[in-house]
Design a protein around this ligand. Structure first.
Ligand SMILES: C[S@@+](CC[C@H](N)C(=O)[O-])C[C@H]1O[C@@H](n2cnc3c(N)ncnc32)[C@H](O)[C@@H]1O
Length: 244
């Protein structure tokens, strides 16, 4: 039997690939990893399309009881659904490795990730440096600005992911992230891009100085911010599309 790690993409229930959909329909158990991103549809929308009951796997289930998911795959076909791409999150690579070590068949069905879809803003994806996350509890946290400093030195673009706690309906907004960056000495006048719900039909992308990003309406989560590194003139032209 097999553990299928299936990417759901970034939008609603219809973003799953045909291969993913066929697989989920044939699985005995279907888990949804529900804590690293935000679905743009309800769990019941997924259940209706798949014709399956979904077991919500929060951080505790995935990180502490991953063995339960893995051992079920010894004698059942198990789907582990992940918003975005299943391999674009460290915890999921861990499940993949642990299942393989136990001799369980693992099959990954990829999908769009924020890490690929961010290409839509017009900065070349292969010119990004290290990705960094701004956590909710960030009073003494310097890693995001240190990563930005390194990327900047190398002329690379920086993608800032913003913390979220979907189970409790908490999502760090653009304003909070901008405040964190400016209070940690990022130049408030540097050009930056504020993004919401990339990959959906109502994605919002705004280009302005870092401090002015807070002046726009972004709608619902999830959000991220990009600060460009050294730009080719075609990248500069592309960003003009998102200026108001
Ligand atoms: C752990 S990452 C998501 C990983 C996911 N497996 C993937 O492949 O996209 C979650 C963070 O990415 C960002 N993010 C995810 N989806 C997004 C979207 N559609 N638009 C903007 N930011 C997004 C948010 O900052 C969110 O907190």
């Amino acid at each position: 039997m097999t553990l299928y790690m299936v990417g759901l993409g970034l939008s609603d229930e219809k973003d799953i690939s045909l291969r993913g959909l066929e697989t989920v329909k044939n699985c005995d158990l279907v888990y949804l990893e529900s804590y690293t991103s935000k679905l743009q549809c309800s769990v019941s929308d997924l259940e209706e399309l798949y014709g399956k009951k979904i077991i919500l796997a929060d951080r505790e289930l995935v990180e502490k009881r991953a063995e339960e998911i893995i051992s079920n795959a010894k004698d059942k076909d198990v789907a582990f659904l992940v918003i975005g791409d299943p391999m674009c999150a460290t915890t999921h690579v861990d499940i993949f490795m642990r299942a393989k070590e136990k001799g369980i068949n693992v099959n990954v069905i990829h999908n769009t990730s924020i890490i690929s879809a961010i290409g839509v803003i017009g900065l070349e994806v292969y010119k990004y440096g290290k990705i960094t996350s701004i956590p909710f509890l960030n009073e003494n946290i310097k890693a995001p600005v240190e990563v930005y400093g390194m990327n900047k030195r190398d002329g690379l673009h920086t993608l800032f992911l913003l913390d979220l706690d979907p189970i409790n309906g908490k999502f760090m907004g653009i304003k909070e992230a901008v405040e964190y960056l400016i209070s940690n000495n990022a130049d408030e006048n540097v050009m930056a891009i504020g993004c919401a719900r990339i990959g959906t039909n109502d994605a919002v992308i705004r280009v302005d100085s870092l401090k002015n990003l807070v002046n726009y309406e972004y709608g619902g989560a999830p959000y991220c911010i990009v600060i460009p590194g050294k730009m080719h003139f075609m990248e500069e032209d592309a960003l003009k599309l998102w200026k108001e």
